[in-house]
Design a protein around this ligand. Structure first.
Ligand SMILES: *[C@@H]1O[C@H](CO)[C@@H](O)[C@H](O)[C@H]1NC(C)=O
Ligand SMILES: *[C@@H]1O[C@H](CO)[C@@H](O)[C@H](O)[C@H]1NC(C)=O
Ligand SMILES: *[C@@H]1O[C@H](CO)[C@@H](O)[C@H](O)[C@H]1NC(C)=O
Ligand SMILES: *[C@@H]1O[C@H](CO)[C@@H](O)[C@H](O)[C@H]1NC(C)=O
Ligand SMILES: *[C@@H]1O[C@H](CO)[C@@H](O)[C@H](O)[C@H]1NC(C)=O
Ligand SMILES: CC(=O)N[C@H]1CO[C@H](CO)[C@@H](O)[C@@H]1O
Length: 498
């Protein structure tokens, strides 16, 4: 390797929803700078990352993968469990905590890199949940940067909640979220995931999450997979909480979604996932439906709902008579990778909706990007994971939210209150949902007039803003400029310290 070539080491959290934007970030920095990038993870995740990167013909040899020793059994996790996908909820805090064991091996790796390159890497970009990388960076003479794969608003609320526990002071179920501007600082205890509601500083979740997040404040700044103009109050809140600069460099989405004109001709598959349904089949089904008429339903790769919720959703959909594509995954209590069973849905549901062409049930994974960018798609019922939110908004598709984990209810609040592009159907696993609720919300959001029309217009505007943010060339968008600024800040710091 040449003496001048810079090297960046990146460390994603052990979840697919985090690794996907990390790979996109690595590619983006690599293409822009030609720096060498090393992605670090555990053995099985590296195997997965390797297979997804290998499938991508545009990858140069300058992105490499290194695995750190990790054995899930030694942490009390099921054997060969190295990421959160399909991991039962009760183990979630254990896998979080287990990541601390990567600290020493990471340090050893950085020292090896220094020996090989003759200088420290330019920086370590670590997931906000891997704050311990800050200490490793310092001890090795480099800089630490925190990358949050969630949105700015969701990140700020999530971090503030765990670090400050403001809900303990709630009055009538409402509390102020420290760090947020006074105009948008009121949050409701209802918006808290059951684990957060119980957090009091002494429970395992509070202790573990705090110990992982807090060291991230000791970095030189935060990278965020978002666009500053779509959630300025979130960006301000992170700056206010951390006293660090925030670079919004998102959305980290495939190119085909960001250039409206090309989207119909490009079939880029979602990395690492085998489709249950080919994009072509999906498109031809969508082609048979009027513009903006179809509801797309998916709760992501990590989450699922209960059997009774599935029943209510199915009945509500059938009564609404709106066409839908539904990615059906086994409900809670069933093996997430198991076979589909018809008893999860009302009797005869599948046959009826298939015969009437009202519904398309997809049993593993749907080509989400193609569906969202199709003009027949009118709304997205989603758990509000940030990747799904960005995918939907980038295409101007309004959202029906059903938060299930993490910071998702904060995302839903942002989408409803600040952006006006969303209606919330219900929350979490245990909540009751009625077929009438489903019907009502679907009617509202897909409605051609009133609130539905308003939401569509707002979503279109936000979509344009998102696509503009990543434009390169003479009229660079805000995220492209922000990425330039990030890289020049690193170089500047390197020069100051050497
Ligand atoms: C990645 O896969 C290739 C084969 O496709 C293999 O030669 C290589 O050793 C793998 N690298 C890692 C880090 O697993
Ligand atoms: C990797 O980076 C080096 C230094 O800039 C460059 O010479 C080389 O062509 C790059 N390799 C690939 C495969 O892009
Ligand atoms: C992981 O640890 C368990 C228990 O200590 C051991 O039985 C197993 O062989 C280890 N697995 C690997 C891949 O080293
Ligand atoms: C920063 O956070 C504090 C404490 O929550 C709050 O009072 C203040 O208004 C915030 N400042 C800005 C600019 O948002
Ligand atoms: C987290 O891991 C450490 C060992 O690294 C252990 O001492 C601690 O008890 C664990 N905490 C929880 C809540 O599992
Ligand atoms: C833990 C650590 O190394 N923190 C450093 C991160 O970067 C800032 C800015 O350079 C330093 O002040 C911290 O000490």
């Amino acid at each position: 390797m040449s003496d001048h070539q810079e090297h960046i080491v990146i460390l994603p959290y052990l979840a697919l929803g985090h690794m996907i934007p990390f790979i996109a970030l690595a590619k983006k920095i690599q293409e822009r700078t030609n720096y060498k990038i090393t992605i670090v993870s555990t053995p099985l995740n590296v195997k997965y990352l390797n297979s997804t990167i290998a499938k991508d013909s545009t990858n140069s040899n300058n992105i490499s993968l290194v695995s750190l020793p990790y054995n899930s059994s030694e942490h009390g996790l099921p054997p060969n469990t190295e990421n959160t996908e399909a991991l039962p909820l009760k183990h979630m805090v254990t896998i979080f905590n287990s990541t601390l064991s990567l600290k020493e091996p990471l340090q050893k790796l950085i020292l090896e890199i220094i020996e090989k390159d003759g200088k420290p890497p330019l920086c370590i970009v670590s997931d906000t949940f891997m704050g311990f990388a800050s200490e490793v960076a310092r001890s090795c003479g480099t800089f630490n940067v925190s990358f949050t794969t969630a949105g700015a608003y969701g990140t700020a609320a999530y971090v503030s909640l765990w670090l400050n526990l403001p809900h303990l002071l709630a009055i009538d179920g409402v509390f102020k979220m420290p760090g947020f501007d006074d105009s948008c600082c009121f949050f409701s205890v209802d918006q808290l995931h059951p684990f957060m509601k119980l957090a009091n500083g002494d429970d395992p979740w509070s202790k573990v999450v705090k110990s992982l997040l807090l060291p991230s404040f000791d970095s030189i700044g935060f990278l965020c997979n978002s666009v500053e103009d779509i959630e300025p109050m979130g960006v301000k809140a992170i700056e206010n909480l951390t006293k660090l600069p925030v670079w919004c460099i998102g959305p980290l989405l495939p190119q085909c979604m960001l250039k409206k004109s090309e989207k119909d001709s490009i079939f880029e598959s979602r990395i690492g996932k085998e489709h249950g349904l080919s994009p072509e089949e999906c498109i031809s089904w969508l082609n048979e439906h009027p513009e903006r008429s179809v509801l797309y339903i998916s709760f992501g790769s990590q989450n699922t709902i209960s059997t009774s919720q599935m029943m209510a959703l199915a009945m509500g959909l059938e009564e609404s008579e709106r066409p839908f594509i539904w990615v059906v995954r086994p409900p809670i209590g069933f093996d997430i990778k198991g076979e589909f069973r018809s008893e999860w849905l009302p009797k005869g549901f599948q046959e009826r909706v298939s015969k009437s062409k009202k519904g398309l049930l997809v049993k593993s994974w749907a080509p989400q990007l193609q569906i969202l960018s199709h003009s027949s798609t009118g709304a997205f019922l989603t758990h509000c994971g940030w990747n799904s939110v960005l995918e939907s908004l980038s295409q101007g598709v309004p959202i029906i939210s059903w938060p299930l984990a993490g910071e998702q209810a904060f995302n839903s609040k942002l989408l409803m209150e600040e952006m006006g592009v969303c209606v919330e159907l219900t929350k979490w696993y245990s909540s009751d949902v009625d077929k009438e609720d489903v019907k009502k919300v679907v009617e509202t959001v897909l409605g051609e007039s009133g609130k539905g029309k308003e939401m569509k217009e707002k979503a279109n505007k936000i979509g344009m803003c998102i696509r503009d943010a990543v434009k390169e060339g003479d009229f660079k968008g805000s995220s492209a400029k922000s990425l330039d600024d990030f890289i020049s800040t690193l170089l500047c710091r390197r020069n100051m310290s050497s």
